[in-house]
Design a protein around this ligand. Structure first.
Ligand code: GCB
Length: 639
């Protein structure tokens, strides 16, 4: 039967400095220099090599060498023979290497993240960390097995649909084994069989099906398929799935299982401070924990395919997911083959995840490419490919702010979204209302979403007079308070995705603030600080009772009367000053108090059973550490 051997430990790594060292996977060579600004992180080819003993095999079993993420291109050699090459840094790929195996094996992987004109991404506001940053496995499978040779898939495709109270589940399996039949079982979450049938393309019914119902009840079933000949089981595969229906209404928004289910959530980049993309399951779990805490019900997994484990978490916690390929910021005439192959891999590898509802075709392509035939054709090719490989989901794209509403590229996919930073890169928060109204009026049948909006903040920067561009937590709060109300005024949006849940690295970025960093996160890059805006979202989206005093990091204030904001999802907040109750307010989500400040003052906010406390201090002169030295503006080396 099938088994897996991880090949993650003790690789000899020949790095950018020409020195060899021993490393374990996940690994990247840009963990430090890809995060410090200057657009000078090392891009080139490095080599990983190691030896491993041949796995024990019997009865003609086959051994596949599988890579779950190598950025960006890989050339693999086993025992001196070229096994294959792969372009694209975010997907799984594998080869059957059985015929090359010897008792002791020498494996060499040349990994290349250098600049070129054919593998996406080449231009974008994030760092393209080079390395083998996800697992490498040796997968031993029976001689006669389900297909493992097509775009990194598992040879099993599950398509569930809701039919009244029942679920109709089509299970397709792929194999080239003569004389064998496929026996399919559907299991509930406790492992009980709920339906069974035989065939490579069979549709089974789950009576009284329990739906995968978003964050409230993300119920998962499993499909198991066995390849059988003459009563003997040759191979077995399984996949989890969820039964749900969804649709988008351009006037009302997103519907899940027939009910209006407004999608409000965040985007996620996968990198962490100091370790880049070389993250572990623990990092993935922490990210999901924070996204759940804020109360999001959707995640845009930007700007590339994420780890399978994270899609699994999204399935388990009921997050509705936008999945996409890194066809971003620039159309490359030589990049079509790669965009197509990344899309084929994305869809094949993720087809069974109930969390995914749409495929994102591109992001901000017009930022550096004028409309041209080849670019538009490429969008049509990708859009058609998505429909062909997966007629059950819709397609979308994220348009650049300066892409006009009538631009043809915005009218190719099934729905459309815009990345709009009105009130951050350009003045005028009110422009968001105008923009949404205009688009909806002009294109009433075209569902519109906000794929990105956001504002930078560093938790050490503060002001009593926050302004656009100052990177203070206080302006980030003003911006986000406006946007949340604005979305409420425009309920027709099919989804809104805050850019971004976490600060992330973009080595080419130098826009004031910390070079190499994008601080639009509501949680810091190390995931240690939840900025005040985090709690604003929590107040809007989460039912978990809490109260939070904003500005606790803005401790030294040169004013005798200071505004203190409190975010909570409770209806009443009482404020205590040095233990004395000074005021109670009734309201919703955002409560602003005018607080007298003399010397050191202990503040406590109480709301229901919850409380939060901090200490503020009157100072004569403003603390210079709270101010950003340079001015920010929309200019980045990558544009
Ligand atoms: C965008 C891009 C995203 C950037 C973001 C920003 O529209 O899609 O990759 O990071 O703007 O922060 O400017």
């Amino acid at each position: 039967m099938r088994r897996e051997i991880a090949i993650n430990e003790s690789w000899a790594f020949l790095g950018p400095d020409g020195q060899e060292q021993t490393v374990n996977l996940p690994h990247t060579w840009n963990g430090a220099d890809g995060q410090d600004g200057g657009n000078d992180y090392w891009r080139g080819t490095c080599t990983y090599s190691r030896t491993f003993p041949a796995p024990e095999t019997a009865d003609g079993e086959r051994a596949y060498l599988e890579f779950r993420g190598v950025n960006a291109s890989a050339a693999v050699e086993l025992n001196g023979t070229a096994v294959g090459t792969h372009d694209g840094g975010y997907s799984t790929f594998r080869w059957d290497v059985t015929n090359l195996l010897k008792p002791e094996n020498a494996l060499t992987v040349r990994v290349d993240n250098s600049v070129n004109d054919r593998v996406y991404p080449q231009k974008a506001d994030f760092t393209f960390y080079g390395g083998i940053y996800r697992d490498v496995l040796l997968r031993v499978v029976p001689a006669e097995h389900f297909d493992l040779d097509t775009f990194g898939g598992e040879g099993l495709k599950v398509t569930p649909t809701v039919q009244g109270k029942d679920g109709a589940v089509r299970v397709e399996t792929f194999h080239g084994v003569a004389g064998a039949e496929v026996r399919v079982h559907l299991l509930d979450a406790d492992g009980n069989a709920v339906a069974e049938g035989t065939g490579t393309d069979v549709t089974l019914t789950i009576p009284d099906v329990r739906l995968w119902d978003g964050v409230k009840d993300p119920y998962l079933y499993a499909a198991e398929a066995a390849l059988v000949r003459d009563g003997v089981e040759l191979d077995k595969v399984s996949a989890r799935f969820g039964v749900r229906s969804f649709r988008v209404d351009p006037d009302k928004g997103f519907f899940l299982n027939g009910r209006l289910y407004p999608l409000h959530g965040v985007s996620r980049h996968q990198d962490w401070k100091g370790i880049g993309n070389a993250i572990t399951k623990e990092h993935h779990r922490r990210d999901m924990e924070l996204i759940r805490e804020i109360g999001a019900n959707t995640i845009r997994l930007a700007h590339y395919q994420h780890d399978q484990y994270f899609y699994d978490l999204c399935d388990e916690y009921g997050m509705v997911v936008w999945a996409e390929i890194p066809y971003i910021s620039e159309h490359m005439p030589n990049g079509r083959e790669n965009a197509v192959s990344q899309m084929k891999e994305l869809i094949t590898q993720n087809y069974n995840h109930p969390c995914i509802v749409c495929w994102g075709v591109s992001n901000e392509i017009t930022i550096s490419t004028k409309d041209n035939k080849d670019m538009l054709d490429n969008h049509r090719v990708l859009n058609n490919l998505c429909h062909e490989l997966d007629p059950t989901r819709f397609t979308t794209l994220a348009c650049y702010a300066i892409c006009a509403p009538f631009n043809p590229v915005a009218h190719i996919t099934d729905v459309v979204s815009w990345n709009l930073y009105l009130g951050w890169y350009v003045p005028g928060l009110f422009l968001n209302d105008l923009w949404m109204n205009f688009f909806h009026f002009r294109y009433p049948k075209r569902a519109l979403g906000y794929s990105e909006y956001g504002c930078e903040a560093m938790p050490n920067l503060h002001s009593s007079h926050p302004r656009r561009g100052d990177h203070t937590e206080e302006y980030q709060c003003i911006y986000n308070e406006y946007m949340l109300k604005c979305f409420e005024r425009h309920p027709f949006l099919w989804a809104t995705h805050l850019w971004n849940m976490f600060d992330f690295a973009a080595d080419a970025r130098d826009q004031g603030g910390e070079p190499g960093m994008n601080h639009k996160g509501v949680v810091t890059f190390d995931r240690k600080i939840k900025k005040d805006s985090f709690y604003l979202y929590k107040a809007w989206w989460s039912g978990e009772p809490f109260v939070h005093i904003c500005g606790s990091r803005y401790r030294d204030r040169p004013e005798h009367l200071t505004e203190v904001k409190v975010y909570t999802n409770q209806p009443k907040v009482a404020l205590y000053l040095n233990g004395e109750r000074i005021e109670e307010k009734t309201g919703e989500k955002v409560f602003a108090f005018q607080v007298p400040l003399h010397g050191e003052t202990k503040l406590e906010a109480r709301a229901g059973e919850c409380s939060d406390a901090c200490t503020l201090r009157y100072v004569e002169t403003p603390n210079p550490a709270y101010t950003l030295p340079k001015k920010s503006g929309k200019s980045a080396n990558w544009v």
